[in-house]
Design a protein. Structure first.
Length: 166
């Protein structure tokens, strides 16, 4: 009876060791996409324009923000005790949508389709990756960030609601 209990404990402990890395990998996820306008007149970055309560993004190139490019930041979390698997990558796809007036067909143009390795994580298990978008400010841009190579795939989507009213 004692031998049987010892065998059961060994099996349970072995299973725990086998499945613990898989559980840590399942915690990995794309947590947030941020966007910061680069001001052409000052060289400064705006706050996160995707945060709640930010102003409307109409006529950005000619506004006080005077921005024609945007820096995108993707936050990825591996959990407090998670480590970054060596093959992990993040892909950012940015697609611009253009709706033409008077019934013309809308068109989509890929502005960016880039892959980046991940850097080291902070003490909370987060790492950040930056991407640069050129020619932004008048057309809506769909952003998709995808994490691969870290066990279960994870992605996040958002839209930069740029518009020009002229």
């Amino acid at each position: 009876m004692v031998r049987l209990s010892a065998y059961i404990l060994v099996i349970i402990f072995s299973a725990f060791l086998l499945f613990t890395p898989a559980l840590a990998q399942e915690q990995s996820a794309v947590m947030e996409i941020q966007a910061r306008l680069f001001n052409s007149k000052t060289g400064d970055f705006s706050g996160n324009i995707l945060a709640k309560g930010t102003p409307e993004l109409g006529n950005v190139p000619g506004s006080d923000l005077a921005s024609i490019s945007t820096f995108i930041i993707v936050k990825i979390s591996f959990g407090l005790k998670g480590s970054i698997p060596p093959n992990s990558q993040v892909r950012l796809t940015a697609t611009e949508s253009s709706n033409q007036p008077f019934g013309a067909k809308s068109r989509k143009q890929t502005l960016l389709n880039a892959i980046s390795q991940l850097g080291p994580a902070d003490t909370d298990g987060n790492t950040f990756v930056g991407f640069w978008l050129n020619r932004t400010g008048c057309q809506s841009i769909s952003l998709t960030a995808s994490l691969t190579g870290a066990g279960k795939a994870s992605s996040a989507k958002t839209t930069l609601p740029f518009a020009c009213y002229e």
